[in-house]
Design a protein around this ligand. Structure first.
Ligand code: FMN
Length: 383
């Protein structure tokens, strides 16, 4: 059994008491119904994640409006009719003793929409469409309404998605924001949209409701967002009362670069960026994810003061017993997420629900049957 006293120590985030330092980092798996409502498959999945022993489950990015939906199988939070399904989702997580947080997102230029939007239009009229001031107002309002629905559904908190190269990051990035009005150009202007979203969400849910932020520390692309600016963004969020910063680096563009795919194979590959953001803020809790395969790595990161909490995405998907194994309640080694695999990513990129090559064969077959695919293709799919 690993020696992990800090990993299993409690921590407070605003009014929330977390029983340990393990969180599920948001992981889009494509299990929503085709109309964006919460399916039985999604409920079963999040029940399993919440019963893992992780203290806090951050549900994958849900679409704040149809124009910002990242996928046809994304969970929707853009209509009051979504609240019933979201309530079931919050309940299934909380019933397992975990804190339930829902991430909300606008995918911007990466939206699965006939006319994707972005801070700046594509060249010669190609997508995305440059957002007008009206588009900006409507999007800020959509974030606020989405957050109200998350609260009404009974979640313990809401997380604004400011990472991965989605809309909020597109606005703050000097690489994707070439606007010449109050929302572009200087850093102060590029920061305007992200801060307006935060403030609107806070007005909608109230100052006592925890608002976390998925946070882009460094875009890892030429001309992209650097730590010098993201550190200031972090302090501005702290001033406004952000509950936590869940730090990441890299956008879809950098993910295509060999340097990023190499880094992605390394344990704790985002931790140094979390450490830099932690240095920039005074007492806002910082989460780091990024191939934290072993409890020992998690403990080392916490012990060094690089982050306050650990985020597990693919790692928890590969082994939902990770927290119990780390706690010594199960005396088997953790199953590692295979760095060369990326099956989950390949599946969602091709519009199919994700599963993991590390699951045993019977489980993979049962999953494929459940989602209406041929079980005999399981080895091929996993390969
Ligand atoms: C299939 C997949 C889906 C993801 N979906 C989201 C998401 O909805 N929101 C988000 O902020 N990050 C998302 N991420 C990023 C993860 O939260 C995490 O930062 C990253 O995968 C590194 O952690 P890991 O090595 O434990 O997977 C996703 C990653 C993967 C591989």
């Amino acid at each position: 059994m690993a020696n992990t006293p800090i990993l299993f120590s409690s921590i407070k985030i605003k009014n929330l008491s977390l029983k340990n330092r393990i969180t599920m980092a948001p992981t889009y798996v494509g299990y929503a119904n085709p109309d964006g409502t919460v399916s039985e498959l999604a409920l079963d999945h999040y029940k399993e994640m919440a019963s893992s022993g992780a203290a806090m489950i951050v549900v994958e990015g849900a679409s704040i409006n149809p124009a910002g939906s990242g996928s046809p199988f994304a969970i929707r939070v853009d209509d009051d009719q979504c609240v019933d399904g979201l309530s079931k989702l919050a309940k299934v997580i909380k019933d397992q003793g975990a804190i339930a947080v829902q991430q909300i997102n606008h995918a911007g230029k990466y939206a699965f929409s006939a006319e994707p939007l972005g801070p700046t239009g594509g060249s010669e009229g190609s997508p995305p469409k440059e957002m007008s001031l009206d588009d900006i107002e409507q999007t800020v309002e959509a974030f606020a309404s989405a957050a109200s629905r998350v609260k009404a559904a009974g979640f313990d908190g809401v997380e604004i998605h400011g990472g991965t190269g989605y809309l909020i990051d597109q606005f703050i990035s000097p690489h994707t924001n070439k606007r010449t009005d109050d929302y572009g150009g200087s850093f102060e202007n590029r920061l305007r949209f992200p801060l307006r979203v935060f403030e609107a969400v806070q007005s909608a849910v109230g100052k006592d409701f925890p608002i976390g932020h998925r946070f882009m520390a460094y875009e890892a692309i030429p001309g992209g967002l650097e730590l010098k600016e993201s550190s200031i963004w972090a302090t501005e969020l702290e001033k406004r009362g952000v509950a936590y910063l869940s730090v990441m680096f890299g956008t879809y563009e950098s993910m295509m670069l060999p340097e990023y795919s190499e880094a992605d194979k390394t344990e704790g590959f985002m931790a140094s960026y979390a450490g830099e953001i932690k240095k920039a803020v005074s007492d806002t809790p910082v989460i780091t994810a990024g191939r934290i395969q072993s409890p020992e790595t998690a403990e080392k990161i916490l012990d060094a003061g690089t982050a306050d909490l650990i985020g597990l995405a693919r790692v928890l998907f590969a082994d939902p017993l990770w927290p119990q194994k780390a706690a010594g309640q199960i005396s088997e080694p953790v199953k590692r997420c295979e760095p060369a695999c990326m099956l989950c990513m390949k599946r969602i990129m091709s519009g199919k629900p994700a599963f993991c090559s590390q699951w045993d064969k019977a489980r993979r077959e049962a999953f494929l049957v459940r989602v209406g695919e041929k079980p005999e293709e399981v080895d091929q799919a996993a390969g």
